[in-house]
Design a protein around this ligand. Structure first.
Ligand code: NAI
Length: 247
C-alpha cells in the first residue's frame, strides 16, 4: 500500500483520529493537506495545515478553491472532523443540535460539493468518511450526535452512488470508543448523569468483546486501506471498528 504522488485531504487533522490518519498517509508517501478549525500552535505537523471551519460553507468553498489552485488533483478525501454535544433531547439546546448537525453532516457535504466536480473530471478518487457506531445504535444523551452521524453515513452512501459511474469509491469507517480528546471528555465529565451514561474506561471495556478501547491508529489503518487500491472494488460500505461492541 503506497500513496506516492497522491494528494490526500484530511479534515480534523489537528489531533486524535484525523491526526493519525494524516500521519499514516504521510508515511505512505502522500502529499497531505490537513484541514482543521484549530491547529495547535506548539505542535509541528509533518504535513501542510489549513485552518478552516468546515461548518462555514463560504469558508469551505474559498479554502477548497485555494488549495485546488495549488494542487489540482485530489486522490483521497478523508472526512474526520466532528464534535460531540451531550444532552437529553428535551434539554438539548437548539444551538447544540445545530452545531452537531452543521459540523458532522453539513461540513462534509460542503466539502464534497467542492470536490465532486474534481473527482468526476479525474474519473478517479476515493472518499473515506469517519462516522460512528452511534449512527447505528441509539445512545442516551447523544441524540444530536447520533442523528448527525446517521445523516453523515447516509450522505456518504448517496455520494457513493452518484460517483460510482466515475470510478470514485466512497466508504465509511464507524469507530466505537477511541482513545482521543473527544472520548476523554466523556470519561472525565464532572456531570454525574453523563458519568452514569458514559462510564469510565473500565466500564467502557466491559461492553467491548475485544476488551480494549481503540487507539486512533486502529481507525487510521482501516481508513488508509479503504482509500488504497487494495480496496479497489469496495464502495458504499461501512466498516465498524469497535472491537465487536455492536453487530
Ligand atoms: P477529537 O475531538 O480529538 O478531534 C476532532 C477534530 O475535529 C479536532 O481537531 C477539531 O478541532 C476538529 N474540528 C471540530 N470542529 C471542526 C470544524 N468546525 N471545522 C474543522 N475541524 C473541526 O475527536 P476524535 O475522537 O479524533 O474524532 C474524530 C472523528 O471520529 C469525529 O468525527 C468523531 O465523531 C469520530 N468518532 C470518535 C469516536 C471516539 O470515541 N473518539 C468514536 C466514534 C466516532
Amino acid at each position: 500500500m503506497q500513496f506516492y504522488n497522491k494528494y490526500v485531504w484530511v479534515t480534523g487533522a489537528a489531533q486524535g483520529i484525523g491526526y493519525q490518519v494524516a500521519l499514516q498517509f504521510v508515511d505512505l508517501g502522500a502529499t497531505v493537506v490537513g484541514l482543521d478549525v484549530a491547529f495547535n500552535e506548539n505542535e509541528h505537523y509533518p504535513f501542510e495545515t489549513t485552518t478552516v471551519d468546515i461548518s462555514d460553507s463560504a469558508a469551505v468553498k474559498a479554502t477548497a478553491q485555494a488549495i485546488l489552485q495549488r494542487y489540482p488533483t485530489v486522490d483521497v478525501l478523508v472526512n474526520v472532523a466532528g464534535i460531540l454535544r451531550l444532552g437529553a433531547t428535551e434539554e438539548l439546546s437548539v444551538d447544540d443540535w445545530h452545531a452537531c448537525l452543521n459540523v458532522n453532516a453539513s461540513g462534509p457535504f460542503y466539502l464534497l460539493q467542492q470536490l465532486i466536480p474534481v473527482f468526476k473530471r479525474q474519473a478517479s478518487g476515493a472518499v473515506v468518511t469517519v462516522s460512528s457506531n452511534a449512527a447505528h445504535v441509539p445512545r442516551q444523551q447523544m441524540t444530536a450526535y447520533c442523528a448527525s452521524k446517521a445523516a453523515l453515513t447516509s450522505l456518504s452512501h448517496c455520494i457513493g452512488l452518484e460517483l460510482a459511474p466515475y470510478g470514485v469509491r466512497c466508504n465509511v469507517v464507524s469507530p466505537g470508543s477511541t482513545d482521543t480528546q473527544m472520548q476523554r471528555v466523556l470519561w472525565h465529565s464532572p456531570d454525574a448523569e453523563q458519568r452514569t451514561i458514559a462510564g469510565f474506561p473500565e466500564q467502557f471495556k466491559l461492553g467491548i468483546p475485544l476488551g480494549k478501547i481503540a487507539q486512533p491508529n486502529d481507525i487510521a489503518h482501516v481508513v488508509t486501506f479503504l482509500a488504497s487500491d487494495l480496496a479497489g472494488h469496495v464502495t458504499m460500505q461501512d466498516i465498524v471498528v469497535d472491537g465487536g461492541a455492536t453487530l
